[in-house]
Design a protein around this ligand. Structure first.
Ligand code: NDP
Ligand code: HSE
Length: 438
């Protein structure tokens, strides 16, 4: 048993600062939970001059990364710099020296997780990554431990705070996309490169991590269909409300016979559904297990303190393991490496769902029947139509809600519709509909 556990932190940005604050300000309660104090012994960042509102003992903050990695007294290293190359090197070097790792780096884990987990197994160390999905929401521990008795039927969730914040502002404040994005960046929710948030890549990374844990399989992110919110307009948000729906960027995984469906895209959901109530930077993840039924986790999906809360929970977990000499008890991959088997990710063409289509068409007789004809030809049945414009000879939105149809048929029909250049003025907007979480 150690008399204290020493922590090294790399990256004192948004999450690093939140993490340090929690370790310092909640030091007493954390020490009681572990049984011994956790000492934030070294912090490394490129910038050692900016005031981050922390009171650190002299000498703790430096830019000496090798000094931190080679400090034999450090038990746990927290990587919070983000990105791929340096972050991966920090983790691998630290593990090679027998140090345990905590990270929030979903991008790295989704793409290079297999290398990280193999290195951890070789070194016999723990890797904590609770903060990588859902910010402060304890979804990783729920999937690996709390729900371990279940076959996972589905995971459906709002996994990106920035995108949810933008969609919420567009709906509630009638704001433009750019204004909402700038606010999310100023609040520290967005990734350094916000295209990851907007284009759905951050949600893809999080979904890939969850699918990997829930189904005990490596996931190639290239197999997961991903579409962002950049083409969602306030017009679509308004029409969605006419159908009693809201637009959310969802990550969706569902178990099928011998395969898993996994996709990320803007989705229309009923505005009375639980996920529709999740606004701003909040995330929510709805898991259905075959034994437990519905479980929903809700909380702040980004930001310094919520994410720091998840980071520190991993540090506490690992510190407890160190004290019990029980490192590796819970495999970071949820299933031991030799129990994982690759599972087929269903191609998107196999999806069947309802679709919202917005065609920008010339307001002239016969246009609706032409478009309906193409849809009918491909076996796509129309549930309802809205065409409010009356601007003869000008372009107006024609909104079509379909019954359930196959993605393959809808994409083929849209190719035909988009080629009707005499009546259709721009590519049709398609938003998939999710009827319930199962
Ligand atoms: P920030 O950009 O705010 O912080 C990263 C920090 O690391 C910066 O201070 C940066 O310094 C420093 N840094 C970069 N490279 C090095 C290096 N080689 N050596 C030392 N320090 C370095 O990012 P976040 O805190 O937002 O994100 C950190 C991680 O947490 C990422 O993986 C992110 O995906 C993840 N995450 C973030 C959430 C959030 O709400 N922000 C939520 C969940 C996860 P400098 O600024 O000088 O370059
Ligand atoms: N940029 C991410 C988000 C941070 O907005 O959700 C949390 O992972």
């Amino acid at each position: 048993m150690k008399s204290q556990i020493n922590i090294g932190l790399v990256g004192l940005g948004t999450v690093g600062t939140g993490t340090a604050k929690i370790l310092l300000e909640n030091r007493d309660v954390i020490a009681r939970r572990v049984g011994v104090p956790l000492e934030l012994k070294r912090i490394v960042d490129l910038d050692v001059t900016t005031d981050r509102g922390l009171t650190l003992p002299s000498g703790v903050l430096s830019s000496d990364l090798p000094g931190l990695l080679n400090d034999p007294s450090i038990d746990i290293i927290i990587e919070l710099i983000g990105g791929y190359d340096t972050a991966k090197r920090v983790m691998l070097d630290a593990m090679a020296q027998g140090k345990h790792i905590v990270t929030a780096n979903k991008a790295l884990l989704a793409v290079h997780g297999e290398d990280v987990f193999a290195a951890a197994a070789r070194a016999g160390v723990d890797v904590g990554f609770e903060a990588s999905v859902g910010g402060g929401i304890p979804i990783i521990r729920s999937l690996t431990e709390g729900l371990a008795a279940n076959r996972c039927v589905s995971i459906v969730g709002i996994m990106n705070g920035t995108a949810n914040y933008i969609l919420t502002q567009m709906l509630k404040e009638n704001q433009e996309f750019e204004e909402s994005l700038a606010q999310a960046q100023a609040a520290g929710y967005a990734e350094a490169d916000p295209t990851f948030d907007i284009q759905g890549i951050d949600s893809l990374h999080k979904l890939a991590i969850m699918v990997s844990l829930a189904y005990g399989t490596p996931v190639n992110v290239k197999d997961v269909f991903t579409e962002g919110i950049q083409k969602v307009t306030s017009l679509d948000i308004q029409y969605a409300s006419e159908f009693g729906m809201v637009v959310k960027l969802l990550g969706i995984a569902r178990l099928h016979e011998g395969a898993v469906e996994a996709r990320v895209h803007p989705t229309l959901i009923d505005n009375h559904s639980p996920l529709a109530q999740v606004n701003g930077v909040y995330n929510a993840i709805h898991v259905v297990g075959d034994a437990v039924g519905d479980v929903m986790l809700y909380g702040q999906g980004a930001g310094a303190l919520p994410t720091g809360s998840a980071v520190v929970s991993d540090v506490i977990d690992i510190a407890r393991n160190i004290q019990r000499q029980a490192s590796g008890r819970v495999p970071p991959t949820s299933f031991p490496l030799d129990q994982r088997t690759p599972i087929r990710i269903r191609p998107m063409e196999e999806l069947t769902t309802r679709y919202y289509l917005r065609c920008m068409v010339l307001d002239q007789p016969g246009v609706l029947s032409k478009i309906a004809g193409v849809l009918g030809h491909h076996g796509i049945s129309i549930m309802s139509v809205i065409q409010q414009g009356r601007q003869k000879g000008q372009t107006v939105p024609l909104i079509i809600m379909t019954h359930r149809a196959s993605e393959r048929s809808v994409q083929t029909a849209l190719q035909e519709i988009n080629q009707m250049s005499s009546v259709v003025s721009q590519p049709t907007t398609l938003i998939r509909v999710e009827d319930d979480g199962r």
